[in-house]
Design a protein around this ligand. Structure first.
Ligand code: ZN
Length: 282
């Protein structure tokens, strides 16, 4: 199995062949950067571990180039930082007992170009080599440019699959900007409160991102807990942690909405909910 970037990295924790590892993936997350998977798809990591036939697959599309460096990493070169981040992602895959971890190592600029041949070929190869039941992607209303670009490239790849090869469920998960604001009918509560000890260990793998004082680990765990607490005002918390996600399946249906219409519909429901409450108590 080969990908278009010479820096692409394939890691199979149990040592089996990549093709075999991909074929047993039941839960697949395709994300922009090292650590996004562990922030957004903890529910999928747990679901895969909870099933005897489960296999979690992680794909990181970009190289991690140009990432901020601070604390003990302040004097690292960009190449050293990319190596450190690649290693950290491998370590997370080992800790989470993923079936496979692929790092495609594309520059962000390439991912932001529609139909970049290398990005498109790599994503097509991955989606064609596995049949996941659930796919976790970035959501179209994320605040990070590269996240939205990776989401769009993944959507292009999924849409090009024949209908019978498309996954049963596709979620667009929160990372930069929460999805708490979305109407309940539009969002799905991913149960991210399970295996709290594993969650902490997975997030702690990304030391190069945390060491400078930016505590993605604490922020992620805090957001999951807050999402569960503030979900409903009257019920006691059924879940210990929630990652909010948008159901992206409508975007895969033939004749379904385009990404802009899909986003506009959800924004309109938020607008109407917020303004409706203000007007109700005039
Ligand atoms: Zn990211």
């Amino acid at each position: 199995m080969r990908f278009s970037s010479p820096q692409a990295d394939i890691y199979v924790p149990d040592g089996s062949a990549p093709e075999a590892a991909l074929s047993r993936v039941t839960h697949l997350c395709v994300a922009a950067h090292q650590d996004d998977i562990e922030i957004m798809a903890h529910a999928g990591i747990c679901d895969a571990l909870d099933r005897p036939d489960g296999g979690f697959g992680g794909v990181v599309v970009t190289s991690g180039a140009g990432s901020p460096r601070s604390g003990p990493y302040a004097s690292c070169t960009d190449e050293q930082m990319q190596t450190a981040r690649r290693h950290e992602q491998r370590e997370a895959a080992r800790v989470g007992r993923y079936a496979i971890q692929i790092q495609l190592a594309h520059p962000s600029a390439d991912v932001k170009r529609a139909a970049h041949p290398g990005v498109a070929a790599d994503l097509a190869a991955i989606f064609s080599a596995c049949s996941p039941e659930v796919v976790y992607l970035h959501n179209p209303m994320d605040r990070h440019d590269t996240h939205v670009a990776v989401f769009r490239r993944c959507l292009e790849a999924l849409r090009s699959l024949s209908a019978r090869r498309r996954p049963d469920r596709v979620f667009g998960c929160e990372v930069w900007r929460d999805l708490d604001w979305a109407a309940d009918a539009d969002k799905v509560a991913l149960d991210a409160g399970r295996r709290p000890e594993l969650a902490g260990r997975l997030l702690a793998c990304f030391e190069s991102q945390i060491a400078g004082g930016k505590r993605y680990d604490l922020g992620t765990l805090g957001r999951r807990a807050a999402n569960a607490t503030f979900h409903t005002s009257h019920a006691t918390d059924r879940l210990q942690g929630i990652t909010w996600a948008l159901d992206l399946l409508p975007l895969l249906e033939d004749g379904g909405p385009g990404v802009e219409s899909y986003a506009e519909e959800r924004l309109a429901r938020f607008r109407s909910d917020a303004l409706g409450r203000i007007r109700a108590f005039a």
